[in-house]
Design a binder for this molecule. Structure first.
Ligand code: URA
Length: 306
């Protein structure tokens, strides 16, 4: 089957910008198909036959990439913040592709965040129908007994409906705080925090320690790594990695820019993530954003000490 796609989709799938941005470039006459300027984003393109260029450089389908970031608290899960606060993209030094977060973590939540340019993978992990478990380490206010936690296991009523049954493990309980591990298969806004509030407590610290079988391991806070093909398959289904990456391998056109692996040195670099967006104003501004002044706070997961 031919990889027929609309022009704006070809460009956004190539990982060089969002759909909105690529539509702007097309309208501005910067994109050519087989040498002719095309200003219609809905123009059909066959990547195996047609040559697409942006500002004269050839586009090809981008390599699928799957990242695991240990998000520190104090970082927003957003692309850019109007108030200039640090975002997760400040931590993705050396990532050339346009990756999106798979779900969100609150500003004050730390832990495992996946990022990818495979939108189908992201949908698969976040769609509650697939019941991919997300595990959190929680420090909750007050002394909570097994009995007090029982409603979380059954499901509690939140303003956007009842929660699905959760797996809850009481780790330690003291007069001031209770430490527990909770696994949910949904990903609603501030869900764990609201669940704890529903039983009369409050989250004091929240760390996502695992998604499905993939955990933080020994990854340092603020760092990221690529998922292995086995991990991608374990999360999204057997054979996913091979299928998702084989279409990229068969793309024939030249790359717009190198799509190399992420080197350890690139990860260690302190500069903000290099953004490649064909000179778009917003992204250039984001690229100039200073790296966060303070080091990410160490937030030991699965260790119920304070
Ligand atoms: N639940 C929350 O309350 N916050 C998160 O960041 C993730 C899950």
């Amino acid at each position: 089957m031919r990889p027929l796609k609309t022009l704006d989709r070809v460009l956004s799938k190539a990982g060089i910008g969002s759909r909105t941005e690529t539509r702007r470039w097309i309208a501005a006459g910067r994109v050519r198909v087989n040498g002719q300027v095309v200003r219609t984003p809905d123009h059909w393109v066959d990547l195996e036959r047609d040559e697409v260029t942006l500002d004269g450089k050839a586009i090809r389908a981008q390599r699928k990439i799957y990242l695991l970031l240990y998000k520190p608290k104090g970082y927003l899960t957003t692309y850019k913040d109007p108030r200039g606060r640090p975002t997760i993209y400040d931590l993705l030094t050396g990532v050339e592709q346009y990756v999106i977060p798979v779900g969100r973590l609150d500003l004050d939540t730390s832990g495992l965040l996946l990022l990818t340019n495979d939108t189908r993978f992201a949908e698969r992990i976040t769609n509650p129908d697939y019941k991919v478990p997300k595990t959190y380490y929680v420090k909750a206010a007050g002394e909570l007994s097994e009995e007090a936690l029982e409603p979380l296991r059954r499901g509690v009523l939140l303003k956007d409906g009842p929660t699905k049954p959760a797996t809850v493990r009481l780790l330690r309980s003291g007069a001031r705080n209770t430490f527990l591990e909770i696994t949910i298969t949904e990903g609603r806004n501030r869900q764990v925090r609201r669940m704890l509030e529903a039983i009369g407590s409050r989250v004091r610290k929240l760390v996502r320690t695992a998604i499905g079988p993939v955990g933080l391991g020994s990854l340092e806070i603020g760092k990221y790594r690529e998922l292995t093909p086995e991990e991608v398959d374990a999360l999204a289904g057997k054979g996913w990695y091979q299928q998702a990456t084989s279409s990229t391998k068969s793309a024939k056109a030249e790359a717009v820019r190198p799509l190399g692996r992420i080197s350890a040195s690139a990860q260690d670099a302190r500069a903000p993530r290099k953004l490649q967006s064909g000179g778009e104003k917003g992204q250039a501004a984001a690229a100039k954003r200073r790296p966060p002044a303070r080091a990410p706070s160490a937030d030991p997961p699965l260790r119920p000490q304070e």
